[in-house]
Design a protein around this ligand. Structure first.
Ligand code: FAD
Length: 600
């Protein structure tokens, strides 16, 4: 539990006893790995997280980057930590060997990154964005673009950004205005303004490769007219050396409530002759290209939320064990010693809520990462298609459920600390501020809800949704045979039935043409769906714990007992929320939709 980043016993349980990541080791892609090499990568990531990232997390929050004489100035610890990360090779942990990667299974690779996020999300973001941008070039770019831009990014020589947002075009990307004119030599000249670009300028790497969405002159309106471009800060010569400065200017920095270690920039492209850019993939296909790799990026966002919630939970747990306050309700002796906070039922309730949110969220993110691996090693087209479809379906949940509930865990961590939690002397308030970004970026909560309900559930005639329900039913059947879990299995069945009814009803209203009404409560649907899926994963955790207890898994018994109790808690305290939500959803309630703007 170094620096309260993660409970390593839980990590081992989730990866190997629950998600059985070592199953993948039988495939050629992972033939060089064994349990020890996977563990070694995780140990290394945890060491770098604890020794290089965590110690300056507070410092970069207090001294955010500044803009001085046209340069971004920041704490030197950021570069030092990123240099160490670069040397470990962890930047490209899941990448192919030929691209300089370690070819780790996605769940382990994501987890290595997740540990860094839990330690210091502000510094980790520079690396995270670089890998996301490199992946985009690797999946969509030409061979030449892969060599010239993606490879130096994977080795950490260049860093990267994602430039989507414009001042008038955030959620509604179809309205973006940045223009790209052909220059006649195969390159383009871009002009436009981007806002909120994370890591948009700094001196942490030799170059910055911006992945920019823009419109070609003949672009159709809306999302079908957006193309993707590579726009480097410094042009890159054929031999890989750096050429002249491109026409990309830092217009200013944005000051935020959290994630302060990461520069948030306003970038002007083409203030002079136009920023030199190179088209990636097909014209007008930029948004689709971007979304192609979003699944993995969104697992990263979800896991980041989990890890911020997780560290908050561990800090609260430690505090609740140490801080003494009050006595048990039945004890009327004022001279008896005060008891640790953890002795109070209300504190235990909050700790259990946090535990079920963060450990449930971790299961959810790792389920997504497992599907990425299943897609990679699938032995038939059918298997590959099913893994990809399930991943598509679960992605809005993986991104958004932890952003809501692991943030709530951060709020509860403050509550457990009482007044001290509200001060800057303890780190829990920073975790809350940092995590507050996650329901906003990479597609807001509302947009994810509409994606789930408006598109994903009915995708391929509802095939993936039906398969998910089938898998949940199989777990329920298995748990139903265990007397200790039968009650939880029954509660999950009731929840699934309520969700199914609401889904059918909403789809019927949608088919009647009342789309706006059908989607009006999409965020609440996402919450209900997310709780159901996390309830399923808690039942699976309980099954794995029961197996560990009876079959002599790596103990201690108290750990497994804690998992069983947490499953009881989630089933009894949290699943009933779905009932309330689905009642409103089943009625396809239109109160919010019908409220007149003037009525507020
Ligand atoms: C710290 C930080 C880092 C960021 N990093 C990057 C980055 O690196 N690159 C990048 O390109 N962008 C980045 N962003 C931008 C981020 O992705 C946008 O802020 C986000 O997409 C929302 O856009 P917006 O801020 O314009 O809000 P808006 O789109 O104006 O949304 C405001 C509210 O309205 C809701 N809403 C909007 N449209 C609809 C609709 N049709 N139906 C229902 N509800 C709707 C939203 O859910 C939200 O609650 C970052 C933002 C922040 C704060």
């Amino acid at each position: 539990m170094q620096q309260n980043i993660i409970n390593t016993r839980d990590l081992e349980f989730q990866l190997f006893e629950l998600h059985q990541v070592d199953d993948f080791l039988k495939y050629d892609r992972y033939a060089d790995h064994n349990r020890e090499t996977l563990q070694a990568a995780l140990d290394l990531a945890l060491k770098v997280a604890a020794e290089e990232f965590a110690p300056h997390a507070r410092l970069v929050d207090e001294e955010e980057p500044t803009f001085e004489n046209g340069r971004v100035v920041m704490r030197p610890e950021v570069k030092k930590a990123l240099d160490v990360l670069r040397e470990t090779g962890l930047l490209a942990a899941s990448q192919d060997y030929e691209r300089g990667g370690m070819q780790l299974p996605s769940a382990v690779g994501q987890m290595c990154v997740g540990l860094l996020k839990g330690a210091n999300v502000g510094t980790q973001a520079y690396a995270g964005l670089t890998i996301a941008a490199a992946n985009l070039i690797l999946t969509q770019g030409s061979e030449e673009q892969k060599t010239r831009y993606a490879e130096p990014m994977l080795s950490g020589r260049f860093f990267g950004t994602m430039c989507l947002t414009e001042p008038h075009s955030g959620s509604s990307l179809g309205d973006l205005r940045t223009r790209a004119e052909p220059a006649g030599d195969g390159s383009y000249r871009l002009k436009g303004n981007k806002i909120f670009i994370s890591a948009g300028d700094h001196e942490l790497s030799d170059n910055i490769v911006h992945m920019v969405l823009a419109r070609l002159p003949d672009a159709p309106p809306g999302v079908k007219g957006i193309s993707l471009f590579i726009v480097p800060k410094y042009l890159v010569n054929e031999d890989g050396s750096l050429g002249k400065r491109n026409d990309v200017a830092l217009a200013g920095l944005i000051h935020k409530m959290g994630y302060r270690g990461t520069t948030s920039t306003m970038l002007n492209f083409g203030e002079k002759a136009g920023a030199v850019g190179y088209l990636v993939g097909e014209p007008h296909n930029g948004l689709a290209a971007m979304f192609h790799m979003m699944n993995e990026a969104r697992i990263g966002v979800g896991l980041g939320s989990v890890m911020l919630g997780y560290t908050g939970y561990l800090h609260a747990l430690e505090y609740a064990r140490e801080r003494r306050q009050g006595r048990p309700v039945g004890n009327k002796d004022p001279q008896s010693p005060q008891v640790p906070l953890i002795e109070h039922a209300d504190i235990r309730r909050m700790l259990l809520t946090m535990k079920t949110y963060v450990e449930g969220g971790l299961s959810l993110a790792l389920q997504g990462a497992r599907l990425v691996d299943e897609k990679k090693v699938a032995q038939s087209d059918e298997e590959r298609e099913m893994a990809a479809g399930l991943l598509d379906l679960l992605t809005p949940l993986i991104k958004s459920w932890p952003s809501q509930f692991c943030l709530e865990a951060n709020s509860l961590a403050i509550q457990v600390h009482g007044g001290y939690g509200y001060t800057r002397e303890y780190p829990v308030e920073q975790f809350y501020r940092d995590n507050r970004l996650n329901p906003i970026h990479e597609g807001t909560h509302g947009i994810q809800g509409m994606d789930l309900l408006g598109r994903k559930v009915s995708m391929a005639g509802g095939r993936y949704y039906q398969e998910l329900l089938r898998r949940i039913a199989a777990t329920v059947d298995e748990a139903g045979n265990n007397p200790k879990l039968a009650d939880n299995a029954r509660r999950l069945t009731d929840t699934v039935e309520a969700l199914k009814e609401a889904t059918d009803r909403i789809q019927a209203v949608k088919q009647e043409g009342q789309v706006e009404r059908a989607l009006a409560n999409a965020s609440l649907y996402l919450e209900a769906f997310g709780h159901t899926v996390v309830g399923w994963l808690w039942l699976r955790q309980a099954l794995a714990a029961a197996k560990g207890l009876s079959g002599g898994g790596p103990q201690p018994a108290a750990f497994y007992q804690g998992k069983l109790k947490a499953c009881d808690f989630f089933s009894r305290y949290e699943l009933p929320r779905v009932k309330g939500l689905t009642q409103l959803l089943r009625e396809v309630d239109a109160t919010a939709l019908e409220m007149e703007a003037e009525g507020f």
